[in-house]
Every structure is written in structure tokens, then in C-alpha cells.
Design a protein around this ligand. Structure first.
Ligand code: FDA
Length: 304
């Protein structure tokens, strides 16, 4: 993880910076590039457009680390509504959830029950639920809850972060359960004991996990990156595979590459975030790319 990323992630916790991003026109303009809108209808409209371009979607109702179960309940209802709408509209997509948004750090039993309800609703709608991976305080609980729910319902997926030192073991444990496994680099600041540091070693870990993931026939690999070298490696490994796999990319990131992958005949799913609680998500997008932060700072001080 670069120094730039660490500085942006630390700065983002400052209330003055948070206000400068969430309450100003430049902050909202930046959010607009990466977030489909404030509500479910905006997300559905973006999803329809993406489906029209031959892309699958995963709807993400923004929110994380809720501190009370009433807020978690609202998120659960929001996700149930999204699943209903996927079924009603015939949009080709699923949902991506965060367990801390469903109360994991307040009451693990509540989060587990919420996950079960979503899995059942998704089965009824002939779709699936992907569990995002959050920071390493929650990795073990997330993996454990996924394992139990996937064994019971069979229509789940999970994100594994290449930078975590524990991920090779998690992959061996989870891939045989079927489902879909999203491999990403990892977006949080983590200590050296927990995660590989620096671009080269994270990329090497990703490449090695990618090769192993593509060797499992039981699961559907989802290769979540915008990194051209890793996309090319996935294509080479995927060509040797007979079972389905897909690329995944974030809404608004490298849209021309997204179109290129589809026109080359690849399956591609776009992660579509929506909702008003976009600040933590936007922070991670700013932290992983200096150009996004520079765009915001220049707009804020009135320079092109
Ligand atoms: P890298 O950061 O090296 O970027 C490669 C290139 O992509 C850059 O050079 C730039 O051109 C472009 N790019 C990347 N990020 C950009 C941005 N923000 N704005 C504009 N251009 C950008 N993480 C996590 O910890 N838990 C999770 O559950 C998920 N889920 C997830 C789902 C999906 C579908 C994706 C694509 C990613 C995630 N991530 C995630 C985020 C992931 O861990 C990682 O932080 C980002 O994808 C950036 O890493 P890249 O692999 O794209 O490479």
C-alpha cells in the first residue's frame, strides 16, 4: 500500500475533510463519477444501461459499520427491495453486501440471520449474493459466516483480498464450496503482519492466487481488477478453463476497457454502488488513485 493511499485514508477520517467532500459541489461531482445515484431507481436505471451493453451488474447499497440494529434493519430492507426489483425488472445482476452494514459488529447473530434472509430471497429471485470483504478486523467472521451460509443455501459468493497473508488458506477452504469467488487486491490500510505491502508484492500475490483460483472447477472465479497486466493474465488462464468465470470492475472505472472486454467476448460484471452513504466508498477510490484526489482538490480551489 502506497504512502499516498495511507495519507488519504488517514486524512479522510478528519471531519473537516469529510465535510469538504460531502458538502461541496466538487465532492459531489467526484462521487457522481463512481456512484450510480442516491436511490434504488437510479441504480436500476444504471443497471439497465449496463445490461444493454452486455454487462452483468452487482448492486451495492452503500453503507458500512453500522452501530445499531435499527440501521442494519433498514439496510436489510433495502437489499430485499433490490432483490425484488431484480426479479421484477429481469435485470441480469445480483447484490453485493457488507456484513458490518447488516450489524456484524453489533450482533453477529443478527448479521447471520440477515444473510440467511438475503440468500433465501435471492434464491427465490434466481440470483445470488456476494459478500464484500472489509478490513481485517472482520475477515475471520466474514469467512465463517460465508462458509455456513454457502453450505446451507448454495447461492453465495465472497470477495477475497490478495494482499492478506491468510488468503491462500481461505481460498483452499472456500473454493470447494462452489459459489463465486471474487479476487481483488484489497482496499484497506493493513499492517505488515496481516497484509503484503507495496504494489509489487500485492500484484505477485494476486497473480499467484489468480492461477490457483482458475484451477478450481467447482467455483466461478470473478477477477476484480482494472490492472491491465492482471486482466491479461486472467484472459490467458481463463482460455484454458472450460467452466464459466468472469471479470468484475467498478462502476465508472476504466469504462472503455469495460466495453473492450465485452466486445472481446468476456463475461464482465460491474459493481454498481448507490445510496447516500457514499463517503467511505469514495474515500477508497480517491486513495487508490492520486488523479481522483487531484481532480477533487483542484476543483475545490477553483482551478482546472
Ligand atoms: P490498481 O489500483 O493497480 O489499478 C489499476 C489501474 O486501474 C490504475 O492504473 C487505473 O488506471 C485504474 N484504476 C484503479 N482504481 C481506480 C480508481 N479508483 N479510479 C480510476 N481509475 C482507477 N476491495 C476490498 O477490499 N473489498 C471488496 O469487497 C472489494 N470489492 C471489489 C469489487 C470489484 C468489482 C472491484 C473491481 C474491486 C473491489 N475492491 C474491493 C477494490 C480492490 O481491492 C482495489 O482497491 C481496486 O480494485 C483497485 O485495484 P486494481 O486491482 O484495480 O488495481
Amino acid at each position: 500500500m502506497s504512502l499516498f493511499t495511507r495519507v488519504v485514508m488517514a486524512g479522510a477520517r478528519n471531519p473537516v475533510i469529510s465535510r469538504a467532500v460531502t458538502k461541496t459541489v466538487p465532492g459531489r461531482a467526484l462521487a457522481h463519477l463512481f456512484v450510480a445515484g442516491d436511490d434504488l431507481p437510479s441504480a436500476l436505471s444504471a443497471a439497465e444501461t449496463l445490461n444493454g451493453k452486455g454487462m452483468l451488474v452487482s448492486l451495492d447499497l452503500l453503507g458500512e459499520e453500522v452501530h445499531d440494529l435499527a440501521t442494519a434493519e433498514v439496510a436489510l430492507d433495502g437489499y430485499l427491495a433490490a432483490i425484488d426489483e431484480l426479479a421484477r425488472t429481469g435485470i441480469d445482476g445480483n447484490v453485493s453486501i457488507k456484513l458490518t452494514q447488516l450489524g456484524l459488529s453489533v450482533d453477529r447473530g443478527f448479521a447471520q440471520a440477515a444473510l440467511d434472509r438475503l440468500a433465501v430471497a435471492a434464491l427465490g429471485a434466481a440470483t445470488t449474493v456476494t459478500i464484500d470483504m472489509e478490513d481485517s478486523r472482520f475477515t475471520k467472521a466474514t469467512v465463517d459466516l460465508y462458509e455456513a451460509a454457502q453450505k446451507q443455501h448454495g447461492n453465495l459468493g465472497i470477495c477475497l483480498q490478495a494482499y492478506l497473508r491468510r488468503t491462500p488458506a481461505d481460498l483452499e477452504r472456500l473454493a470447494p464450496l462452489g459459489g463465486h469467488i471474487r479476487l481483488c487486491k484489497g482496499a484497506y490500510v493493513e499492517p505488515d503482519a496481516v497484509a503484503h505491502q507495496g504494489t509489487a508484492s500485492v500484484d505477485a500475490a494476486f497473480a499467484s492466487l489468480l492461477e490457483r483460483l482458475m484451477s478450481f472447477a467447482e467455483c466461478r472465479p470473478a477477477i476484480a481488477t482494472h490492472d491491465s497486466d492482471l486482466i491479461e493474465l486472467a484472459s490467458r488462464l481463463g482460455d484454458k478453463r472450460t467452466e464459466p468465470w468472469e471479470y468484475q470492475m467498478l462502476y465508472g472505472v476504466r469504462p472503455q476497457l469495460q466495453e473492450q472486454l465485452v466486445s472481446d467476448g468476456h463475461a464482465l460484471r460491474i459493481y454498481v454502488p448507490y445510496g447516500s452513504d457514499w463517503y467511505p466508498y469514495l474515500t477508497r477510490r480517491m486513495a487508490e488513485r492520486p488523479a481522483n484526489t487531484i481532480f477533487f482538490v483542484r476543483a475545490l480551489i477553483g482551478r482546472k
